[in-house]
Design a binder for this molecule. Structure first.
Ligand code: NAG
Ligand code: NAG
Ligand code: NAG
Ligand code: NAG
Ligand code: NAG
Length: 500
């Protein structure tokens, strides 16, 4: 009888202890899985940014789990849509072209609308940012640029989305937002530590950003020393201060620099009916209108300028000749301070890794030099490309249309000069340049960084997110804590009874 009773008592103790252990295990498990668990609770949110560049507009749709937008790298690109028709800087000139451009906008916005659930439309922010093409138009014809923006605002605010603004962003903003995009996507601002809270990664390095658009080019990288000057921007992200050097060069985009090079080629020739262009491949020739070179603020119109004059150009495939013409559009001599890139612009030495995207990527890919490369190899492929006959190029590069293919000898010399002679990348630092167009399947450009900044999705201070604020989590913690206390009490009662 006595031994049987003892067995029962031991058994009950064991059951109670098991219960205690199970409660503790459950507590730990809930704590561990709470984050992954709560993600499912959030519904997706969306944001739209229209990047109106000098050659076209692109609509980007971003997506992120709601309430999690402040976490680094959670915003990704859901889709993008290339708006057909003329760029916005060429609107309000020809009614028919305007109609096509509006049709292009409508098609893209319809496509985007279909992807966003209807009930989310009114909470989806919509931004339009115009870059160098509109900066140039603003200089040339302020009234027309204001009219274009006003009609875009009218159109965009008629859509079901939460329209925010349509404005021309400055070159510096463009550079800074590109830098934010790159580093946000690479997770350089924040990482999760083992306690599930966000910290700045140990020994965190940021990556520099280089953008080559149609009308302007931007460089941005963070520097350690507390320099000051118009090209240094101080930003505080997630509680950490960065000193970012950024400069935007207007008229140094791929298309505008091309016009400036063509101007030099035309100026150096005596016969407009037979101009030898060392930057065009052998076997290639083209007739172009003077307006295609001179109808821009970036080139100086010649005396007796006639926009309808025809120029006939023949490719000469002369890499050295092309190199020296490309170099002639830069001023490498003037420098009011100790170190300059070009045109008298001060620039500290480039440090760290760089992401080179947009035109840099497309040009490097035409040479099959995307990713990270070696300066000498890059230089050799530029020469090789320029000396390849047009018919051979067309056979080799079937994925590039003629319109672009004819420009890549010039463009590759241009980026080589810009990076090596301008920004001063050498054999060592060139290896740190990555020619890419995407990170984590999201296009690299200023638009993501712009949306994150404009919607305060990158706070300047990190708020400690207390998991106890989640009601489900708090409820479970309460339940299991209560269970633990109850079992402890039961154990205690058993011991008291046994002793007395
Ligand atoms: C729109 O952008 C312009 C130019 O950046 C700015 O002056 C204006 O305040 C903005 N409007 C709104 C409503 O944010
Ligand atoms: C121009 O190119 C065409 C082929 O694209 C060729 O038939 C023609 O002979 C060329 N003209 C000159 C003057 O090189
Ligand atoms: C270069 O680009 C091609 C096509 O986009 C891609 O398949 C390849 O992996 C890239 N190479 C490097 C080194 O990034
Ligand atoms: C590229 O190579 C040529 C000779 O082949 C040389 O003159 C030039 O300096 C090189 N350019 C760079 C940026 O290294
Ligand atoms: C994200 O940042 C905004 C602005 O700083 C803040 O209002 C919001 O509460 C933050 N969200 C989270 C989940 O931290």
């Amino acid at each position: 009888m006595a031994s049987k009773k003892k067995m029962g008592y031991k058994c009950r103790i064991a059951v109670v202890l098991l219960l205690l252990l199970a409660s503790i295990a459950a507590l730990v498990a809930v704590a561990v899985i709470q984050d992954a668990w709560s993600t499912k609770e959030y519904s997706l949110q969306y944001g739209i940014v229209i990047d109106s560049g000098s050659s076209r507009s692109n609509v980007y749709l971003y997506e992120w789990p709601g309430e999690k937008q402040n976490e680094t790298g959670v915003v990704s690109e859901k889709m993008n849509c290339r708006v057909s028709g003329v760029p916005i800087s060429e609107m309000k000139v020809d009614q028919q072209k305007d109609e096509e451009a509006w049709k292009g906008f409508k098609e893209c916005m319809d496509e985007v609308s279909k992807v966003i659930p209807v009930e989310k439309h009114k909470n989806t922010p919509l931004f339009l940012g115009a870059t160098a093409g509109m900066r140039l138009l603003h200089e040339k014809d302020e009234q027309r640029s204001n009219e274009v923006l006003a009609s875009l605002k009218e159109y965009l605010s008629s859509l079901p989305f939460m329209f925010q603004n349509a404005s021309i962003i400055t070159g510096q903003e463009e550079g800074l937002y590109g830098w934010i995009t790159v580093n946000y996507l690479m997770g350089n601002f924040l990482e999760k530590n083992i306690w599930n809270s966000y910290v700045r990664p140990e020994g965190a390095k940021t990556v520099g950003s280089m953008d080559l658009g149609g009308a302007s080019t931007q460089i941005a990288f963070s520097v350690q020393e507390a320099h000051s000057g118009p090209d240094y921007m101080h930003v505080k992200l997630y509680g950490y201060a960065y000193n970012v050097y950024t400069h935007s060069f207007l008229c140094y985009g791929k298309n505008e620099a091309d016009k400036r090079v063509l101007d030099k080629v035309v100026q150096g020739s005596s016969d407009p009916a037979y101009i030898i262009n060392p930057c065009y491949p052998e076997g290639f020739n083209i007739t172009m209108k003077a307006s295609s070179i001179y109808d821009t603020e970036c080139t100086k119109k010649p005396k007796n300028y006639n926009p309808d004059q025809d120029f006939f150009m023949v490719g000469a495939a002369n890499s050295d000749g092309c190199e020296s013409i490309v170099k002639s559009i830069f001023d490498f001599k003037t420098c009011p301070s100790s170190q300059c890139s070009f045109d008298g612009v001060e620039q500290p030495p480039v440090t760290g890794e760089f992401m080179a995207y947009a035109g840099f990527f497309y040009t490097a890919r035409a040479l099959l030099m995307n990713g990270s490369t070696d300066l000498d190899q890059f230089n050799a492929s530029v020469r090789n490309f320029c000396h390849t006959h047009w018919t051979v190029l067309k056979q080799q590069k079937t994925w590039i249309s003629d319109k672009y293919l004819k420009t890549y000898c010039y463009a590759s010399h241009y980026i080589l000069t810009l990076l090596a002679d301008g920004y001063k990348f050498d054999e060592e630092t060139w290896k740190n340049i990555y020619f890419e167009k995407e990170v984590k399947e999201t296009s690299i450009g200023w638009s993501l960084g712009y949306m994150l900044s404009m919607s305060n999705m990158i706070p300047s201070e990190v708020r400690y997110i207390n998991p106890m604020t989640d009601p489900v989590f708090a409820g479970l913690i309460f339940l299991f804590s209560a269970l633990t206390i109850v079992t402890v009490v039961i154990v205690f009662i058993f011991f008291v009874r046994n002793c007395c």
